[in-house]
Design a protein around this ligand. Structure first.
Ligand code: PLP
Length: 444
């Protein structure tokens, strides 16, 4: 790996043009490093300078079936040759969107009855928030506008999604945010200091009860949360957290949105993490693994009782131009067929456990706090710096792992994030573990 093949003749020029023409998310404008990807196959990538990489993040946690899949290229080309797109507004529809909606409802937990398509995760989050408010409005409970979300949760950067996101950097400088959003504490058992000695689930449930009392149940529309915190560091909650949250919300007529943008379609070893966690929400937000990134697309799954209300009268007001895109839906159908045909849900558990087992050994190192793994979502949280008491920053790890071994991993402030394509082989997983182990051992 990191072998060099022939670079593109204009590789350096591409880098210059990138610097002068593109605005990248999360990159200061004066930074000169660029990695310009040009080719991919399975878990391997090659950049414009001919360097090869092993993709241990699946892009942004989404390349479930791996790069360069012929079947998906053919599905897209075949659909484009027939009908590339047509609007899904009003009475218009197209064949792949109907087949895909039917397939998704077949895979989803029982209360999910219909699908609303979008171009990505944040659009689906916004649609869910809008439907939740509309549901109460149409039933005559017009004060139910408040949204409960959670600190450290990530829901995208549309204004609705960013308002629900519980990370201050997405709010600072962008205000005023969507009003009527309150952030609660998520359960993070590894950080007992967040709960002042109380059991994390008990703390969170008590805080939820107090918040409902404070705002007034009659003013609250919905709660949104990731079933397993993703960007915040792969944190699976205690088993009783979601069922108890769901029960408490339901007893107050408050709806629940599970944001499964990362967790759906196999990453946790299940089609949906909701099944794994034994919770049945009113909405499931999905995107990413729906098409493995071959088409930008999201799907909001909606439970029957909500469907009945938001589709009545003039129907659900508002759609996206690309909702139910025929080519995207054809790609998604083939992507789901590959996940099933190649048993990639089971592979996520098997390869994830293998990688998790190797990486958990790192907990012996003084620089490593905790290694968390659910299927092929892995977070290696660094320890606190004994000198300052502050968490060690993880941002030095991805560049080192990449330079040394050609392996791509990501990080949040203090956690290394690993989320490879579900097609990763045992051998490739071992290389990821070796690369991360080597770099962190050196830190120790
Ligand atoms: N929700 C979650 C849990 C996510 O992880 C993301 C993206 O990482 C989003 C929503 C936003 O999705 P998108 O970037 O497709 O708008």
């Amino acid at each position: 790996l990191h072998a060099k093949t022939a670079p593109l003749a204009d590789a350096d020029l591409l880098v210059k043009r990138d610097q002068s023409r593109l605005i990248h998310p999360h990159l200061p404008g004066d930074t000169t490093d660029r990695i310009v990807m040009v080719e991919g196959s399975g878990c391997r990538l090659r950049d414009a300078h001919g360097r090869e990489y092993l993709d241990a993040t699946g892009g942004l946690m989404l390349a479930h079936v791996g790069h360069g899949r012929r079947e998906l290229i053919e599905a897209a080309a075949g659909q484009m040759a027939k009908l590339e797109y047509y609007s899904s507004f009003h009475e218009f529809s197209n064949e792949p969107s109907i087949r895909l909606a039917d397939r998704l409802i077949g895979l989803a937990p029982p209360p999910m009855e219909r699908v609303y398509f979008t171009s990505g995760g944040a659009e689906a989050v916004d649609a869910a928030l809008r439907m939740a408010r509309l549901y109460h409005h149409r039933r005559g409970e017009r004060d139910r506008t408040w949204v409960l979300a959670r600190s450290l949760g990530y829901h995208g950067v549309s204004y609705g999604g960013a308002a629900a996101t519980g990370m201050p950097m997405f709010h600072q400088g962008f205000g005023p945010m969507l009003p009527h959003v309150r952030h609660l504490t998520p359960p993070m058992p590894f950080h007992p200091e967040m709960y002042g000695g109380e059991d994390p689930t008990e703390f969170c449930l008590r805080e939820l009860r107090e918040t409902i009392e404070d705002i007034g149940a009659e003013n609250i529309a919905v709660m949104i949360g990731e079933p397993i915190l993703g960007v915040a560091g792969v944190v699976e909650p205690p088993g009783d957290y979601w069922p108890r949250v769901r029960e408490l919300l339901a007893s107050h007529g408050i709806l629940l949105i599970l944001d499964e943008v990362i967790t759906a379609y196999g990453r946790t070893g299940h089609w949906f993490a909701a099944e794994r966690l034994g919770v049945t929400p009113d909405f499931i937000v999905t995107a990413k693994g729906l098409t493995s990134g071959y088409f930008p697309m999201g799907a909001l799954l909606v439970a029957g009782q909500v469907v009945d209300v938001v589709t009545r009268d003039e129907g659900f007001v508002g759609g996206y131009t690309y909702s139910g895109h025929a080519t995207g839906c054809a790609v998604a159908l083939e992507n789901l067929a590959i996940l099933e045909r190649e048993n990639l849900l089971a592979a996520a558990t098997r390869v994830g456990d293998r990688l998790g087992e190797r990486l958990r050994r790192l907990e012996e190192l003084p620089v490593v706090g905790q290694v968390r793994q659910t299927g092929l979502m892995i977070g290696v949280e660094l320890a606190q710096d004994p000198a300052t008491g502050e968490p060690l920053p993880a941002d030095r790890v991805p560049p080192l792992v990449r330079e040394r071994a050609g392996v791509i991993v990501r990080n949040n402030p203090n956690t290394v994030l690993i989320s490879p394509p579900l097609v990763m082989s045992d051998d490739e997983a071992d290389r990821v573990a070796d690369a991360v182990t080597e770099v962190l051992t050196e830190f120790a």
